[in-house]
Design a protein around this ligand. Structure first.
Ligand code: HEM
Length: 389
């Protein structure tokens, strides 16, 4: 089979599993050249140690294509950490790091718990059956970002609508673009309000501590970057994780009944689902060699996190979910190196609270219809999750 027959294999799934071809590629071609339209070659990397090597090597691999080919960095989007290199990446990330410490997150925990309960009340009041995406998996991550940023209560319904519209890919690209513009308008206005009267959320903190160094647009973009990074990813994990738990009732029972078991389940489900299927594109900063392939300066390397996290070198039966298992190395569902997900501890906390509360509230929750899986998405997930109780 020729290389070019697989240009999309890294985005394909079969239910929870990456496409079978991807495992074959991982075994036979640790670096897999694929020709993309326009005749360029993209190199797909699939093994755990190679993916870790590329993501951990920002000296040889850049996230900023314009910078690599000498066009200058894109200063228009200061919030997009994933597309920036040091020193600019280091400068911007440094502002955000203190907001994700365990101390700050512990302050958020009771608020997230209360909000999850409130949404479960609403779902219960609405009555069985419901689409769990609409009632739970979509709004919760958006509300978590509201808590993090400090979006005022009276704005939250509108903010949730803006952020869910943006990730509702069924409504078409125009609706999504409109929602992106509206979110930036809202966030810029919120930053201006917070500058006059800083609250206790992330924006208020940043304005208090670094208000002179950060202009409103930069702050609004940083907030937008957190929304973009934290929303669709967490939604997909909530939906796929719930689906797996409903298909494995003995595991769901253990999550409900055994304190702390949910931690192991969340970690293993993050690995197993790897909802962010590929890392941000990496570009070779110089001509280099990878497993015998000559990669030229500016060429694109794609790291398949989904393939890497199922690599048999990590342990036995990596295509199975075994909470609490020991592996030869940490999973890469949040990436690795300087771009490793800044929101990881928040996402883990959110998953732990949400899975446990949901399963405890509805002990007989079950799937009640066909599951429409996403096709060819960078962030894998489902379109709907019909459930009943
Ligand atoms: C289950 C949920 C999540 C998953 C699976 C996830 C996954 C990832 C991955 C794989 C990367 C880095 C990829 C790379 O190196 O190319 C990343 C980066 C990032 N994530 Fe997350 N994420 C999640 C939740 C969140 C949350 C809740 C936030 C914020 C509230 C967030 C904000 C970000 C940001 C800002 C970056 C860019 C970091 C940088 O480039 O320095 N993510 N995420």
């Amino acid at each position: 089979m020729s290389d070019s027959e697989f240009p999309l294999v890294q985005f394909m799934r079969d239910g929870f599993d990456p496409a079978a071809e991807l495992s074959r590629i991982r075994t036979e071609h640790p670096v897999f050249p694929m020709e993309i339209p326009g005749g360029q070659t993209v190199y797909l990397v699939t093994r755990w140690d190679d993916v870790r090597g590329v993501l951990g090597d920002h000296e040889r691999f850049s996230n900023d294509f314009a910078g690599v080919i000498g066009l200058g960095s894109n200063q228009e989007d200061p919030g997009g950490l994933g597309f920036r290199d040091p020193p600019e990446h280091t400068r911007l990330r440094k502002y955000l790091t203190p907001e994700f410490t365990m101390r700050r997150l512990r302050r958020l925990e009771p608020r997230i718990e209360a909000m999850v309960e409130e949404y479960l009340d609403r779902m219960e009041a609405k009555g069985s059956p419901v689409d769990l995406m609409e009632e739970f998996a979509l709004p919760i991550p958006s509300l978590v970002v509201c808590e993090l940023l400090g979006v005022p209560y009276e704005d939250r319904a509108d903010f949730v609508k803006l952020s869910t519209d943006r990730f509702d890919f069924t409504a078409g690209p125009e609706a999504s673009l409109q929602a992106i513009n509206d979110a930036m308008t809202y966030l810029t206005d919120l930053v201006a309000r917070e500058r006059r009267n800083p609250g206790d959320g992330l924006l208020g903190q940043l304005l208090r501590e670094h208000g002179d160094e950060l202009d409103d647009r930069t702050l609004a973009s940083m907030a937008d970057g957190l929304l973009t990074g934290g929303h669709d990813t967490s939604t997909s994990m909530l939906a796929l994780g719930t689906l797996w738990l409903l298909e494995n009732p003995e595991q769901a029972a253990k999550v409900r009944e055994v304190d702390g078991y949910v931690n192991d389940v969340v970690e293993e489900l993050l690995r197993y689902m790897t909802v962010v299927q590929v890392a941000f594109p990496r570009f070779a900063r110089e001509d280099l060699e990878l497993h015998g392939h000559q990669i030229k300066k500016g060429e694109l390397v794609l790291c398949s996190l989904a393939a890497a996290n199922r690599d048999p070198n990590l342990g036995e039966d990596m295509d199975e979910v075994r909470p609490g298992r020991a592996t030869a190395g940490s999973h890469l569902a949040f990436g690795h190196g300087i771009h490793r997900c800044i929101g990881a501890p928040l996402a883990q906390m959110e998953m732990r609270i949400a899975f446990r509360a949901l399963l405890r509230r509805f002990p007989d929750l079950h799937v009640a219809g066909e599951i429409p899986w996403r096709k060819l998405a960078i962030v894998y997930g489902v379109e709907k999750l019909p459930v009943a109780w």
